[in-house]
Design a protein around this ligand. Structure first.
Ligand SMILES: NC(=O)c1ccc[n+]([C@@H]2O[C@H](COP(=O)([O-])OP(=O)(O)OC[C@H]3O[C@@H](n4cnc5c(N)ncnc54)[C@H](OP(=O)(O)O)[C@@H]3O)[C@@H](O)[C@H]2O)c1
Ligand SMILES: N[C@@H](CC(=O)O)C(=O)O
Length: 270
């Protein structure tokens, strides 16, 4: 492994993912780096001191601290409000909330910002997998890409499903949404970032078909992708353990960020 060049890491959002990623980077991947955080929550002093964290209340202060890498794990709003400025300042950014990229204007703005700052926007696979195969298959033409997401009913709390269903009394698998990845990404910003990852890897936001299911029979986050095209067919199924702090979020999402950061340090990139 080459000498690490990441000495300062900024994390936007210190929730379920942020805390996991922070711990993994501090203990495994980048133990000698300095860490700063922008988060809306008040964190106990004992926690920030034990983690040697610098806390900022806004992204401008984080940029002035001159991080080598920023990791967004806060939500779509942070991709809109904070990420372009980081990129323009020449800072590489890893984002978890890739559903925000369903907005074409934002995608273009992020690309322009990255070009202007000579920085990179690093998108992670998050809670889904097998995207490398879909990206490869795309070159020969894809006819159909379908994503099916299945989570326990309570994981859909606080989403539009709450307005239509009594989630607590769902007693059989119930489809709570059917549509495109473009719609799902916007309507389910904390649950359907995976649909954006599939869309960006395959046939795009409009053509990626999405079905979301509240299933009282599952206790994990189940993600399935089916794709068909000139290459043949593929079918992928992940049964993800949710993070204890946030049932909407799979542990794999945090692990994929950790892997994306580790990759920045590797000479052999796979
Ligand atoms: N790609 C994937 O597969 C995938 C998987 C899971 C999650 N995600 C994305 O990652 C995000 C974080 O997930 P999580 O499980 O860690 O969520 P979480 O536990 O809710 O933590 C998010 C934290 O970020 C804070 N925050 C929100 N907006 C902020 C902003 N603009 N600036 C600073 N802090 C902000 C939140 O504060 P408040 O509580 O006050 O809002 C909260 O402390 C999700 O919202 C989702 O967009 C992606
Ligand atoms: N919450 C994730 C899915 C997951 O973590 O299982 C998303 O936004 O796609």
């Amino acid at each position: 492994m080459s000498e690490p060049t990441i000495r300062r890491v900024g994390i936007i959002g210190l929730g379920a993912i942020g805390r996991r990623v922070l711990e993994a980077l501090q203990t495994q991947h980048l133990p000698s780096a300095s860490y700063a955080v922008v988060d809306r929550m008040q964190h106990p002093e004992a926690f920030t001191e034990s983690r040697h964290l610098t806390l900022f209340s806004d992204v401008r202060s984080l940029i002035d601290w001159q991080p080598d890498l920023v990791i967004e794990c806060a939500g779509h709003g942070a991709v809109v409000d904070a990420v372009p400025a980081c990129l323009r300042a020449g800072i590489d950014v890893v984002i978890a909330s890739i559903g925000a990229l369903a907005d074409r204007a934002l995608r273009e703005d992020l690309e322009q910002a990255a070009n202007a700052g000579k920085a990179r926007l690093i998108l992670v696979s998050g809670a889904i997998g097998g995207l490398d195969a879909i990206r490869s298959a795309r070159a020969a033409g894809l006819d159909e890409v379908i994503y099916i997401g299945r989570k326990p009913p309570q994981a859909w709390g606080g989403t539009p499903a709450d307005d239509v269903f009594d989630l607590a009394s769902i007693d059989e698998p119930t489809t709570i949404f059917r549509g495109s990845a473009a719609q799902a990404s916007v309507l389910f910003p904390k649950n359907a970032n995976v649909t954006a990852a599939v869309a960006l890897s395959g046939v795009g936001f409009e053509l990626t078909q999405v079905q979301l299911i509240a299933d009282p029979g599952v206790h994990k986050n189940v993600h399935e992708v089916q794709a068909r095209g000139a290459f043949g067919e593929l079918s992928i199924r992940l049964i993800n353990n949710p993070l204890p702090d946030n049932v909407k979020t799979s542990w794999l999402a945090a692990l994929s960020i950790e892997e994306a950061v580790a990759k920045q340090l590797q000479a052999l990139v796979f």
